[in-house]
Design a protein. Structure first.
Length: 525
């Protein structure tokens, strides 16, 4: 991150450290008051950027595309459901490919109309820059408000794939704007090549990494290898194979995440903790940086009424293009194809509206704007409009999305369905556990056998109890609450013993790990 620079000098370590620390503090405050952290970070960064003496930050696009974007995409892919994405691949494709290309064209045409001196190829560069939405803020809001799983799957799936589409369209448009014209057929061929190549690289990386991790048999080393995956997949795809690094990272993450349940428990626990911490740090850094750059962008252009009106028109085009695309792309395929009607549930109008409004732009738009070569005509206009669209959509759509969801009243009933499905499977799992216990019992004392049977029955009954009345504490909930109290008492005694010199720290840490794992098993988010 040392290559992030101020306007006049390279950013030094203390400044970067203060930026990261400040971003984490703002994130902590936002979460404490149940606010949307990305939106608060952008707003605070915007205000701070106008304070005299604050350095002017300039994004290094290579840093964002190599250091920030791959781990964020990989972490999101690890947590995503490959099965859900595969089941919704058609609508995700319409969003991640069709909508991105449609937005590129619409914004390009509007930009050419409002900025007549801007070449059409450069206008298409602007269109490609602002085309891909960033679903970080939208997904956070949707999860908090209980948005239906299918809508969440579409948003996440779109955000995982649309960056590859936009960056490919960006490369083609930049080449045309710089004078290296490309025939449309060549552009389509390039897109298909980098897409197929990125998927292939991602699959190869995923298979190789899974093969290696299964043979390491040590959670720490497996997690360490996992940290290299997003950067390795991106570099191999971009620098060696010259295909889509974004798709390579996403496919590798989906493959490894899909097979992670067959790995060791320690690896899963460590992976979850490491990636959550890294996500929090990178997202706080990125959204704070978005706001901090606003003042520098404004000072680098000649602000006048024409530029402001033109940027407003581009913003409006980017927002409306999503609505214009969403409704026909949702309902026309169902009208024309009986197979689609049979395989997919009828889309709720509220779901379509929510997804259409959840089009906030983010880090990819910023990185692409900063990566526009200096020989592209109208680069300052492109950069200014990109930041207007990014900041305005984050604040406007991000702040109003909860209101839109609540106003429409479109919330899912996935929690009830999940609880019922879990209870049914947990009942079978408990029976399987007891059967396996009976097969393994030899000269085991009766009290050990009874204790193990009781534990299996408890786990089998707990899921059913969660389906009961929520106003009263179920026996399973009481068990978890009281067991946590007991675990806390055990911890206190071991810590006191360590402080008195009765046991060594090594003994304490070993016992604490056992107690922590048991409490983690009791906890439910």
């Amino acid at each position: 991150m040392a290559s992030i620079i101020t306007q006049n000098e390279r950013m030094v370590g203390p400044e970067l450290l203060l930026l990261l620390l400040g971003a984490l503090v703002v994130t902590a405050i936002a979460r404490r008051f149940n606010w949307s952290a990305p939106l608060v970070l952008v707003a605070v960064g915007l205000v701070v950027s106008f304070i005299p003496g604050v350095p002017e930050f300039e994004l290094d696009p290579h840093l964002i595309l190599l250091v920030v974007l791959p781990p964020l995409l990989y972490s999101a892919a690890l947590d995503s459901s490959y099965l859900n994405i595969r089941a919704n691949l058609r609508p995700i494709g319409l969003l991640a490919v069709g909508l991105v290309l449609f937005t590129t064209l619409v914004v390009g045409v509007v930009a050419k109309l409002v900025f007549p001196d801007l070449p059409f190829a450069a206008a298409l560069v602007l269109g490609a820059v602002v085309a891909p939405p960033d679903a970080v803020a939208a997904v956070a809001i949707g999860r908090k408000l209980g948005l239906q799983r299918r809508a969440m799957t579409l948003l996440v799936g779109e955000s995982l794939i649309n960056d590859a589409t936009a960056l490919t369209a960006f490369k083609v448009a930049v080449a045309a704007a710089a004078g290296a014209a490309m025939h449309p057929v060549e552009g389509v061929g390039l897109f298909l090549l980098v897409t197929a190549g990125g998927i292939a690289v991602g699959l190869v990386v995923g298979v190789v990494v899974r093969f290696l991790r299964r043979r390491l048999c040590e959670g720490v080393l497996e997690t360490a290898l996992g940290l290299l995956v997003p950067f390795g997949a991106y570099l191999i795809a971009e620098e060696v194979a010259h295909v889509s690094g974004v798709l390579a990272v996403v496919v590798a993450g989906l493959y490894i995440g899909h097979h992670s349940p067959r790995g060791g428990y320690s690896t899963r626990l460590q992976d979850a903790a490491v990636w959550k911490a890294l996500d929090a740090l990178l997202e706080a850094f990125v959204f704070a940086l978005i706001g901090l750059q606003v003042s520098a962008i404004i000072r680098d252009v000649d602000l006048d009424a024409a530029l402001l009106l033109g940027a407003g028109a581009v913003l409006l085009a980017a927002i409306l293009a999503r609505f214009v695309w969403m409704y026909p792309a949702t309902y026309i395929p169902r009208y024309m194809s009986k197979r689609v009607r049979e395989r997919e549930r009828p889309p709720h109008l509220g779901q379509v509206t929510v997804i259409a409004w959840a089009g906030m732009r983010g880090v990819v738009t910023l990185a692409a704007a900063a990566a526009v070569p200096t020989n592209v005509p109208g680069r300052d206009i492109i950069l200014f409009c990109a930041f207007v669209v990014t900041v305005a959509t984050l604040l406007l759509q991000g702040l109003t999305l909860p209101w839109v969801i609540n106003k429409i009243g479109f919330e899912g009933d996935d929690a009830r369905e999940d609880a019922l499905a879990e209870a049914q499977v947990q009942h079978r799992a408990a029976q399987a556990a007891v059967t396996r216990l009976d097969e393994e019992i030899a000269d085991v004392p009766d009290h050990v056998r009874d204790q193990l049977r009781s534990l299996a029955e408890h786990r089998g009954n707990a899921a059913w109890e969660r389906l009961g009345r929520q106003e009263e504490e179920s026996p399973a909930a009481a068990y978890r609450r009281l067991r946590r109290v007991m675990l806390s008492a055990e911890r206190d005694e071991f810590v006191k013993a360590r402080d008195k010199g009765e046991i060594d720290d090594e003994v304490l840490f070993r016992v604490l790990r056992e107690l922590d794992l048991e409490e983690a098993a009791l906890s439910r988010e």
